[in-house]
Design a protein. Structure first.
Length: 319
């Protein structure tokens, strides 16, 4: 590690400690590794998402003033403003945790926020078998799909474990000789491969901008944290379908078919021409992860075989 890298790491650590010390009322939960999410409701109640237990009422409350101060502090720390005209803030804390805060009129003048904590731990696929997240057969199928450079779409609801699973898949690429590009909105994905670059979108540089630029960087594999709009969706599928195979991406949906339909919806935002066959050609495998209470697991793995135009659906080979 160079002197500059050490200096940056120390500076980042100072920022993390400063924030944790000044986020009054929630600092103890920020330091608790068993807590993955902290949420404040309008009534001042604080809910916690605890590993292995799910979401619980902390039985603690935060005053309106303290809640507003936390949102304002994060906004200021992120170089943003929270005003009546801009009452919503989406930000990343220095440790990679995601922060979403709302106040003023949109929340009836009672602050609301959620902090999804960043985890530094990468759980290997083998561990997922031990915890019944997946079967051994599913693990072996996914490992082979990664080796065979299949394009994999990970589908699931909020907090279902998509990012954690994606990191486990990326862990399988740590010895790869492929040139890999990882594109995210917030830095959450990890991979120790030698030939790898990480890119983060900004308010002025979109996923689509980065994807287009990446075509001139000639990556072998393209990993995209989460599909959210039509622009990046169609660019990613075109890239996956033109020599940059072996990619991974996630999307919010509750089932395999719903995930493919959502891809359709996103693409329809930017083109009037049907792209069903691009979807079939570009997305080889869909992994559907669900959250049932405190349990997270792979509900289904399916290969995308074809598009049935007559019935407006996709033909899947469920594994």
């Amino acid at each position: 590690m160079t002197d500059l890298e050490i200096s940056r790491e120390l500076e980042n650590e100072k920022k993390i400690n400063f924030l944790k010390e000044n986020l009054v009322g929630i600092e103890k939960w920020l330091n608790d590794e068993n807590i993955s999410e902290i949420s404040l409701n309008q009534d001042g109640k604080i809910y916690l998402d605890i590993k292995g237990k799910g979401r619980i009422d902390s039985e603690k409350t935060l005053s309106k003033v303290d809640g507003e101060n936390i949102i304002k502090l994060v906004a200021a720390f992120s170089g943003k403003q929270i005003t009546e005209e801009t009452p919503i803030i989406s930000a990343s804390l220095p440790d990679g945790s995601r922060f979403e805060g709302l106040m003023h009129q949109v929340t009836n003048f009672s602050p609301v926020f959620s902090i999804r904590k960043h985890t530094t731990e990468v759980i290997p696929l083998e561990k997922f078998v031990e915890t019944n997240f997946m079967t051994n057969e599913q693990k072996e199928y996914i490992e082979q799909a990664i080796i065979d450079k299949k394009n994999i779409l990970v589908v699931g609801g909020t907090s279902s474990g998509k990012t954690t699973f994606l990191n486990a898949c990326l862990d399988k690429l740590k010895d790869s000789e492929d040139r890999i590009s990882v594109i995210e909105e917030v830095r959450e994905l990890k991979c120790e491969a030698k030939n790898i670059n990480f890119f983060t979108s900004t308010e002025t540089v979109s996923y689509r901008d980065i994807l287009r630029s990446n075509m001139r960087l000639n990556p072998d594999r393209i990993i995209l944290g989460e599909l959210r709009t039509g622009g990046e969706t169609i660019e990613l599928l075109k890239a996956w379908n033109s020599g940059h195979s072996g990619g991974l991406a996630t999307i919010h949906a509750n089932s395999t078919l719903a995930g493919l339909k959502k891809v359709e919806q996103y693409i329809d935002e930017v083109t009037v021409k049907s792209q069903h066959y691009l979807i079939v050609e570009a997305i080889n495998v869909v992994v559907n992860i669900v959250r049932d209470g405190t349990r997270r697991y792979i509900k289904e793995i399916a290969e995308v075989v074809a598009y049935d135009k007559e019935n407006d659906t996709y033909i899947l080979n469920k594994k």
